[in-house]
Design a protein around this ligand. Structure first.
Ligand SMILES: O=C(O)c1ccccc1NCC(=O)[C@H](O)[C@H](O)COP(=O)(O)O
Length: 267
């Protein structure tokens, strides 16, 4: 694991320590049954009927690699722009220290999407370690959580995935290198994203998607994540076999995010 990812995971462990408690699967099943059903993340990512590339549009105010991106951006305003442009799903960063997000952003965005249809599924983008965070994600109205394979041991991945399934959530398994693909598949991952960003040096290279996505089994939904800024980048991800792309920084910086999102989807 890169130093930065180690640092982020260590911080997250300290941050969530005060709220951790045992969360039985039955409690998550009951919670799921008691709340409105969120739209399906998995269904939204399969290439839409018109063969556009699904775009998961991310709300990201800052990042370790880029520093400040759009520190004062309103999560709901940005979500409205993405929704209007036809985003298939949204990714809402809820980590505060490194990305400037918070769980309240996810709640606000989900509420806005419920009030102002069409609803769009939301990924809780955070560094997940414990079922307590899965419970928070479901309560906030997320449709999916992120599982970063290289940051977690196999028992923790199994616990998180079981918690997500009990809570009625999908999971995006994020990988960067070949051995992580085998680990994700061994856990039964149905949605796998290749992060094109090497977190050791913060460089993005779409060759990671081009190398790994063709090795996915046909029934797995493939996502190419990070470093996608132009229609040519999106076309490379599509040619590699991606059903979806996850795009943050370039959409947050774009003077016209709707036009950029549409050009990526139609690449
Ligand atoms: O973006 C970072 O600098 C980063 C650093 C350390 C851990 C994770 C990081 N990014 C999380 C992501 O997965 C990206 O936000 C996402 O794939 C979108 O990437 P981009 O389009 O390049 O903003």
């Amino acid at each position: 694991m890169s130093d930065k990812l180690l640092e982020i995971m260590a911080h997250k462990r300290r941050e969530i320590a005060p709220v951790l408690r045992e969360v039985p699967l039955d409690e998550l099943r009951e919670l799921d049954a008691s709340l409105p059903r969120p739209p399906s993340f998995a269904e939204a990512l399969r290439r839409p009927d018109d063969d556009r590339l699904a775009v998961i549009a991310e709300i990201k105010r800052r990042s370790p690699s880029a520093g400040a991106i759009a520190e004062n951006a309103s999560a709901t305003e940005q979500a409205r722009r993405y929704q209007a442009a036809g985003a298939s799903a949204l990714s809402v960063l809820t980590d505060n220290k490194y990305f400037g997000g918070e769980l309240g952003d996810l709640r606000d965005v989900v509420e806005m999407l419920r009030r102002e249809p069409p609803s769009v599924p939301c990924l809780r983008k955070d560094f997940m370690l414990h079922p307590t965070q899965v419970r928070e994600a479901r309560e906030a109205g997320a449709s999916a959580i992120l599982i970063i394979v290289r940051a977690l041991d196999d028992p923790t991945i199994a616990t998180l995935y079981a918690a997500a399934q009990a809570a009625g959530l999908d999971a995006l398994f994020e990988i960067h290198e070949e051995p992580e693909l085998a680990r994700a598949l061994a856990h039964g991952a149905k949605i796998i994203g290749v992060n094109n960003r090497d977190l050791a040096v913060f460089k993005t290279d779409l060759a990671f998607s081009e190398r790994l996505i063709p090795r996915f089994p046909k029934n797995v939904i493939a996502v190419s994540e990070s470093g996608i800024a132009t229609a040519a980048d999106a076309a490379r991800a599509r040619a590699a076999g991606a059903h979806a792309i996850l795009v943050g920084e370039s959409l947050m910086r774009a003077p016209d995010p709707q036009a950029l999102l549409q050009s990526l989807a139609n690449a």
